[in-house]
Design a protein around this ligand. Structure first.
Ligand code: ADP
Length: 390
C-alpha cells in the first residue's frame, strides 16, 4: 500500500480509462486522474454533463448504449463505471471480444437488481433485512410498515417507498403497477453507516474509516467521518466489506450501505459497485481520495493509504431546492468562509428539487471530533442554513 508516496510517483501502465457515465462521480475521478498521469474518456448523454469538461474525450450517448461503449473501448485501455444502469448482457459481447472491464461484468452481475443482490448477500451468509420479490396485485408477504423498492434503476431514494399503512400502499401500488418489485421489512434503525472499500486485481483490500450517513426522505444529506461506533462494530463492518469484495472478486472502489439497529446489529442495505456519495469526504480528509483509489485499482497501481489526514470530517450534500438555472455563486462564497470548509460544485446547468448540485466537506480538529455528534450536527446545520436559505 502507498504510504507517503505522491500520486505522481506511481506511473500507470493503463493510461486511458473509459468511464461509463459522466456525472459528478466521473468528474471527480477526472480531477484525480491527471496526478496519476491517466486520461479519462466518458460515455454520457449530454455535452453539458459534469465530467465532459474535465475529460480528454467524450462519447455522447446513453449509459446503456452498448455500441457507444464499443466506441469508447476502442481508444481506452480499460473501461470502468460511475453508473450501474448498464445493459450487462449487451456488454458481455464486448468482454468476449477482449474489452477489459474493471470491475468485471461478473462482479457487477449479482448487484444490478436489488432482489438478486439481496439473494447474493443471503447466499454469503451476510445479514440483510428480510425480503421478498413481489408483483403488485399479489398478496402482501408482510404486514405494515414495510419498504417497497423497484428492482432496477433506483437511486437517491427514487424507487424506494416506505409504506406505513393501507392508504399509502394503495397510492404506491397504483404508481408501480406492472413492475417487478422488492418488498422488505422496515428496519427501525438506530443509525445508518457506510463502508467505502477498494480491492485491487491482486486481491489487496483497503478500507476507509467507517462513516455515519444521515438520510432525509431516503436521500443522503450528511456524512460524518469517522462514525462514532465501537471498535467491534468497525471491525464487523470491515469484515462484511472484505467478504463481499473477495466473493465478488471486485476491482475498484465499492460503497456498502449498512443499517445499525438499536441492539447493535449490522444489516447490509445496499452495495454500489462504484465510488459513492458517502466517500466524498475522502477528497479533502484522507491521504488518498476514493476517486484516486478507484483509478489506482482499475489501472493496476498499488492501492493508496485510506487514513484520515485530519481528526474527522462532515460532508453535506448541496441538494437542489427549486427549478432554476443558477450557479449560486453568492451562497458558495458564504459556504467557503466556514472554517475548514471545501466547497465542491458539480457545474450542472439546471437545478431541480433533490438534484445533487455539489457538496461541502468541513474538516474537523480533534476537539470537534471528541464532541461527537454535537459538533458535526452544528456544522451540518450551518451549511444547510446557508444553502437552503430563501
Ligand atoms: P437508493 O438505491 O435509492 O439509495 P436505498 O435502498 O439505499 O435506495 O434506500 C434509501 C434510503 O431509504 C436508505 O438510506 C434508508 O434511509 C431508507 N431505507 C431503505 N430501505 C429501508 C428499510 N428496509 N428500512 C428502513 N429504511 C429503509
Amino acid at each position: 500500500m502507498k504510504s507517503n508516496q505522491t500520486a505522481a510517483s506511481s506511473s500507470a501502465k493503463l493510461k486511458r480509462v473509459g468511464v461509463v457515465g459522466g456525472g459528478q462521480l466521473a468528474s471527480m475521478m477526472g480531477d484525480a486522474a491527471s496526478a496519476l498521469g491517466i486520461e479519462l474518456v466518458v460515455q454520457t448523454p449530454n455535452a453539458t454533463d459534469p465530467a465532459v469538461s474535465v475529460a480528454a474525450g467524450a462519447v455522447l450517448a446513453a449509459i446503456d448504449d452498448v455500441n457507444a461503449t464499443a466506441q469508447l473501448a476502442t481508444g481506452c485501455d480499460v473501461i470502468t463505471f460511475e453508473n450501474e444502469f448498464v445493459d450487462l448482457d449487451g456488454l458481455r459481447s464486448l468482454e468476449q471480444q477482449g474489452v477489459l472491464f474493471q470491475p468485471s461484468l461478473s462482479s457487477l452481475s449479482p448487484l444490478l437488481d436489488k432482489y438478486v443482490q439481496r439473494c447474493y448477500l443471503k447466499g454469503l451468509g451476510l445479514p440483510t433485512p428480510r425480503f421478498w420479490t413481489w408483483d403488485c396485485g399479489a398478496d402482501l408477504p408482510i404486514d405494515f410498515p414495510f419498504v417497497v423498492k423497484v428492482r432496477r434503476h433506483g437511486y437517491d431514494g427514487q424507487g424506494t417507498f416506505i409504506v406505513k399503512d393501507r392508504e399509502s400502499f394503495e397510492s404506491i401500488s397504483a404508481k408501480l403497477k406492472g413492475q417487478s418489485l422488492l418488498v422488505e421489512e422496515y428496519v427501525p434503525f438506530d443509525r445508518e453507516l457506510a463502508v467505502i472499500a477498494a480491492r485491487s486485481p491482486a486481491g489487496e483490500i483497503a478500507i476507509y474509516p467507517i462513516v455515519e450517513t444521515q438520510q432525509q426522505n431516503q436521500v443522503c444529506r450528511v456524512v460524518i467521518a469517522p462514525a462514532d461506533i465501537s471498535l467491534d462494530l468497525k471491525a464487523e463492518a470491515g469484515a462484511i466489506a472484505r467478504t463481499l469484495l473477495n466473493s465478488l472478486e471486485a476491482v475498484g472502489v465499492f460503497g456498502i450501505e449498512l443499517f445499525l439497529t438499536a441492539d447493535n446489529k449490522l444489516l447490509v442495505n445496499e452495495i454500489a459497485p462504484r465510488t459513492h456519495n458517502s466517500g466524498h469526504f475522502t477528497i479533502d480528509a484522507c491521504e488518498t481520495s476514493q476517486f484516486e483509489q478507484h483509478l489506482r485499482a482499475v489501472c493496476q497501481l498499488p492501492l493508496g493509504n485510506c487514513d484520515l489526514k485530519c481528526a474527522g470530517a462532515v460532508m453535506v450534500n448541496l441538494l437542489g431546492y427549486e427549478s432554476a438555472e443558477s450557479d449560486y455563486v453568492e451562497k458558495r462564497k458564504q459556504l467557503a468562509q466556514i472554517s475548514g470548509a471545501f466547497v465542491h460544485w458539480y457545474g450542472k446547468k439546471l437545478s431541480r428539487p433533490g438534484r445533487k448540485l455539489g457538496h461541502v466537506t468541513v474538516v474537523l480538529d480533534a476537539e470537534s471530533v471528541q464532541n461527537g455528534e454535537t459538533s458535526a450536527s452544528a456544522i451540518a446545520q450551518t451549511v444547510e442554513s446557508i444553502w437552503y436559505a430563501a
